[in-house]
Design a binder for this molecule. Structure first.
Ligand code: FES
Length: 129
């Protein structure tokens, strides 16, 4: 795909985000914002009995990169274990986005991943792990 097609891919996720909304009985709930701009992401996760992501939803407000990257993230982590998600890095997010991310936009691109990983840490701390 060309850079233009990837830009269009991001805009599609921004306009029609996947897994948008709330869950009825989430195991993990977390939200945070990008302190530089105040844009927010709220993520809810339901786990199966092997601590894999059975379902995931998000809501948020912010720039196209932050909201699209969170939408893509929710698709990518379905079925993954918490350990696999904790091992994800900003480079994984950049690979999914496939457009150059300027230093100014790095926090936008990784906002969803940071919220999800923080939510996992809180969940594990509550369980004494
Ligand atoms: Fe706020 Fe991108 S400008 S997250």
């Amino acid at each position: 795909m060309t850079a233009d097609m990837y830009r269009e891919y991001i805009l599609q996720h921004y306009r029609s985000p996947r897994n948008y909304g709330r869950l009825e009985n989430p195991d993990i709930v977390h939200e945070d914002d990008n302190p530089l701009c105040g844009d927010q992401v709220h993520i809810e996760v339901a786990l199966d009995d092997q601590d894999r992501v059975a379902d995931i939803r998000f809501q948020g407000k912010g720039c196209a990169i932050s909201q699209a990257s969170t939408s893509i993230l929710t698709d990518k982590v379905k079925g993954k274990t918490l350990e696999e998600i904790k091992a994800l890095t900003k480079d994984d997010v950049f690979q999914w986005l496939r457009i150059p991310i300027s230093p100014m936009r790095v926090k936008c691109a990784v906002l969803g991943l940071m919220v999800l990983q923080a939510g996992i840490h809180h969940y594990e701390a509550r369980r004494g792990r």
